[in-house]
Design a protein. Sequence first.
Length: 422
Amino acid sequence: MEARLNAPVSSDLKLGINGLGRIGKLTLWHHVARKHFKEIVVNLGRDAGSSLADIAHYIERDSTYGALHNYLYGHRGQRVISGLHEDAGTMSIDGIHVRILRKSRNPKDIQWDEHGVRLVVDATGQFLDPTLGPEHPKGSIRGHLEAGAEKVIVSAPFKIKDKKKAMPEDAITTVMGVNDNDYDPRIHRIVSGASCTTTCLAHMMKPLIDYFGAKKILTASMATVHAVTPSQMVLDRLAKPGATDLRKNRSIFNNIILTSTGAARTLELVIPEMRQIGFIAESVRIPNTTGSLIILVVNFHEDLSGRPIRREMINQLYKETAERDSNGYLHYTEEQNVSSDIIAVPRAAAIIEGHETHTRTAEVTLDPGMLFGLKKDIQKQLSQTVARISITQAVIYGWYDNEMGSYVNMLGDLTVSIGENM
């Protein structure tokens, strides 16, 4: 990688990052490398360690991706954090001025306006309900707007607790390369970047819907074999009061843990045609730091007068879509990969493993007399009739680095895109 130290930035905007967990820290890495924003202001909302040097130590090193300077410059890299000022909470990271805030956890109290921050990425995973006002006692995503930000990007799917409330008009969920054109800078102030799983799934489903149409897809289901997240425990622990999923309290070191995913609901927000398709989404957590896999099963109505839906056809569709993708979000490979092979692949929303694509076509026998909505006399006439329908089931595998390679890089593109329209 070319040296970027003191390289000119391409925007006068300052970027705010709220939270310095997995996504927050890697988002900081991404934008330090990208050199788009002239300054990055990170809000921790609390002290960490005994000094600013301890925070710099945390930023510099990562158990999954290695050292920051090696991420930036490979084996020739040298340490890139310097100029620490404890009282001001500032440091230089590869020539980018970074300020660390350690006072306020509630978004409305962060004082983004005081630091000239107009664009904020909230990576805490705590403020996901866009219907809550800025004065909510537990904090709200709208608090950032109250504190001076003009746009807020949420690094997780929205979760509206009151099911009677609709999505506010100024909030939208987007996945880059799928529905990012739906974002209107004149209207939308709060943007969700969906989730890592929804991002991969959207790029797996969109080529199928664009080519076949939603009506030809009878049903679909997915299971994500997902790397561990902070919601899992290192060792077994007693559940908190009111907890209903006891498996989250079991050790991820030595267990495969069944859990849930909201990918199906979120997918409908970015691909509205999914509402016409019966869809089920499941998740399994495994003892892996990053590198996840979606197993997508799709049932097609086979049109006997058209081109048969076969493995080669599905693979060719993904291959051609990937070749046309100027952003490089969809990748297609016929190599035999394992999860570590796809870690940190740049902007790979989904990596289709064509080697493992499978299809099978079978005839399904249907009794027309059991169809819903038919009048009784018509049902009686059809009761002796047997219809045969050809259905093709396809199994498609899509890899994604649920941390840096896929999600954080896609989130970075979304952030820059929104910033360029401010």
